[in-house]
Design a protein around this ligand. Structure first.
Ligand code: ASP
Length: 355
């Protein structure tokens, strides 16, 4: 949080706690993208069709893409570190012909450094941009953005939509969108897949969004396995939600129980920055390490995903090199897909057009 801010400026308001973003219901135009709770199967199908079409148009050097968001401005407002989310959104907007303004490293260089609260910073940005991509360490920050932008949009001519780039340990909705797009790419369907999430399922916002979005897709026969130490288990409200959608959930601390049966292995980093106690992190950081020897136990047609960045949870640098050469490792494709899915999302929320 901002160095000079008092607790009032740092806090997420009560309004954010009760704010519910609109469901997509087949229509993206003008809607904030704050949580995967806004999506149903049909919305994903629409978005993925657009992302696949955009990918094809990029690969065939279609110059018409730059007309899709010409004249639109995206603000990149990042108060936490990012490589992929920030760059893929910026690249997406530029490839669509739009412009980008950025307060990356927002804590240091925005007025939040002077103690401005998030809702004011959001509304200032909303005066200049058509879409704001926000990453912020507080859970609920993207809800705060949605609530205050709705107020602003009622007063100014040029409405602005918010897209969450991750709110603390809450959610990372666009990561989950690109993750499921990638699973479809590789497996063609979610039906009957055994999907295993491994690592820091407590603090990992990507797996929170992914587990829920898998449930909302309502595929048949999906099994979700959560592999984590007890202290880093998936929050119970998410496992309950997933089970309520008829998905069989297995929780274990031992990957060997499930790896041989798994179709999609989703590895995650232990989120060091979320631990208040460094000793607790040190005690747990080596619990799950993906190495070539572990991967040797996986199915021949399994896929290995990771939202990245990776650290020692994928072994040493030479383990990385061996894993990277394994055709089952698809995290580079996953990363690239992030840009196509984010392009599709920008076109949909800003223009609503078919691509
Ligand atoms: N890049 C992802 C995120 O922002 C995953 C991670 O940081 O471990 O949540």
């Amino acid at each position: 949080m901002a160095e000079n801010s008092d607790s009032e400026a740092a806090a997420i308001s009560q309004h954010a706690l009760s704010y519910r973003p609109a469901s997509i219901n087949g229509e993206f135009l003008g809607k904030h993208i704050i949580s995967v709770d806004q999506f149903q199967r049909r919305d994903l199908d629409i978005l993925f069709d657009a992302a696949a079409a955009i990918r094809k148009r990029i690969r065939t050097h279609d110059r018409g893409l730059t007309e899709l968001c010409a004249g639109k401005v995206m603000a990149s407002l990042f108060f936490e570190a990012s490589t992929r989310t920030d760059m893929s959104f910026q690249s997406a907007m530029r490839r669509l012909g739009g412009d980008v303004i950025a307060v990356s490293n927002g804590v240091r260089f925005s007025s939040m450094y002077k103690g401005e609260n998030l809702s004011d910073t959001i509304r200032a940005t909303g005066c200049y941009a058509d879409v704001i991509v926000l990453r912020h360490p507080e859970i609920g920050s993207s809800y705060e953005a949605g609530y205050y932008l709705d107020l602003l949009n009622g007063r100014i001519d040029n409405p602005t939509v918010a897209i969450s780039g991750g709110d603390g340990i809450g959610e990372h909705p666009t990561q989950a969108l690109l993750d499921i797009f990638t699973i479809f790419d590789q497996k063609k369907s979610l039906d009957n897949l055994a999907i295993t999430l491994v690592g820091d399922l407590k603090h990992g916002r990507t797996v929170h969004s992914l587990a829920k979005l898998i449930a909302y897709y309502d595929a048949s026969g999906v099994r979700l396995c959560m592999v984590a130490p007890e202290s880093l288990a998936m929050p119970a409200d998410i496992t309950d939600l997933v089970e309520a959608h008829g998905i069989r959930v297995t929780q274990t601390e031992d990957l060997r129980d499930v790896i041989a049966e798994t179709d999609v292995i989703y590895w995650t980093r232990i989120q060091e920055e979320r631990f208040a106690d460094g000793a607790e992190y040190d005690g747990i950081k080596d619990r799950f390490i993906m190495t070539p020897a572990v991967m040797a136990r996986a199915k021949a047609d399994a896929i290995l995903m990771h939202p990245l960045p990776r650290k020692h949870e994928m072994g040493t640098r030479s383990d990385h090199d061996i894993l990277d050469a394994d055709p089952r490792s698809i995290y580079f494709e996953q990363m690239e897909n992030g840009m196509f899915v984010r392009m599709a999302l920008l076109v949909k929320v800003l223009r609503g057009v078919y691509v």
